[in-house]
Design a protein around this ligand. Structure first.
Ligand code: SAM
Length: 310
């Protein structure tokens, strides 16, 4: 599948709960590490509804420009509207429709070029990184905020789960791993790419690569009395009500089989998933679901070399 034909990212994933994806004091720390107070131009590639540009621009100087680029015109339109209504008047927000493999911006324009959960969705992440480097000024930062999405499948929600048999945990892991590998084989990206971004940065010629990890846990703990928890619960219920957490039977079956699995095994797993979803929804509605919400999101920062360093 060509990148520009990629399926539209499930709307729910970019819903209001996404605004709580980072701890504000952690973003402040990142802003210091990346010297955002001197950043005149920031570009967010695969910006969706513009969230990271809005978050980071809080630390940029007055008069600075924050660009966002995404190939979904609807997301770009929503980002433009949010820029008008919600965010910092001292910043020029510019949102463009464009492909990450051919970014519609000139060379050497950005002090920082970033992406968040974009590289996991593209067929050729190395090409996108090269494009990000092209538009970054020599000496500037290229920043990738990308997860390992397999890790959360090994985490337990309730104490009782720690007694479940080894086979059930391994079965879930096998299915998830085959789905990830199959998706990659079909050229639709690799959901746990975060682990290997330093390798891709090195191959692309970036220097001084640093790797950090987000300290945000997406926990759900009763009573659900904060706006953040309520949004997260709402989001989970809407995922459950959509087909299999926002992803569809046919897509997952195709990935699973491309990853070496059989339809019989997948159907067996899918039945269990439907049953588990029903239980999970009931717990959420009764306010009984508890999760520590661990996840693994890397922040990988590499510097574009100056001519004198080449
Ligand atoms: C998981 S969403 C992340 C959105 C945003 N970065 C955020 O964290 O809220 C992935 C985004 O990448 C965009 N995208 C995927 N492939 C793209 C490509 N080749 N060029 C431009 N945008 C792309 C999708 O439209 C979607 O908005």
């Amino acid at each position: 599948m060509e990148e520009h034909e990629e399926k539209k990212h499930s709307e729910e994933h970019l819903g209001p709960a996404r605004d709580y994806w980072w701890n504000d004091d952690y973003l402040e720390l990142l802003a210091r590490r990346l010297n955002l107070e001197y950043c005149q131009t920031l570009v967010d590639i695969g910006c969706g509804k513009g969230m990271m540009g809005f978050k980071f621009s809080k630390y940029m100087p007055a008069g600075a420009t924050a660009y966002g680029v995404d190939f979904e015109p609807e997301y770009i339109e929503e980002a433009r509207q949010r820029a008008q209504s919600l965010y910092n008047n001292n910043i020029n927000y510019k949102f463009l429709v464009g492909n990450a493999s051919d970014i519609p911006l000139p060379d050497n324009i950005a002090d920082i070029t970033l992406c968040q959960t974009l590289l996991i969705h593209v067929k050729d992440p190395q090409r996108v990184i090269q494009e990000m480097i092209r538009i970054t000024k020599p000496g500037g930062w290229v920043l990738a905020l990308e997860p390992n999405n397999l890790v959360p499948n090994l985490m337990f929600d309730r104490y009782g789960e720690t007694d479940l048999d080894v086979e059930s945990t391994l079965e879930v892991l096998e299915v998830k791993l085959r789905i990830e590998k199959g998706k990659k084989r079909l050229g639709e990206g690799f959901n746990s790419l975060g682990d290997v971004i330093p390798d891709l940065f090195l191959k692309a010629g970036l220097r001084d690569t640093k790797v950090w990890i987000s300290d945000k846990a997406l926990s759900i703990i009763p009573p659900y009395d904060s706006a953040e928890t309520m949004l997260r619960v709402e989001q989970m219920i809407s995922w459950i009500e959509s087909e299999a957490m926002g992803y569809h039977y046919q897509d997952n079956l195709n990935y699973f089989m491309a990853g070496g699995g059989t339809k019989e095994k997948f159907d067996d797993y899918w039945q269990k998933l439907i049953y588990n979803k029903f239980n999970l929804k009931q717990k959420l509605q009764k306010g009984e679901y508890i999760s520590a919400g661990g996840s693994l999101i890397y922040i990988v920062a590499g510097r574009k070399p100056r001519a004198s360093e080449l």
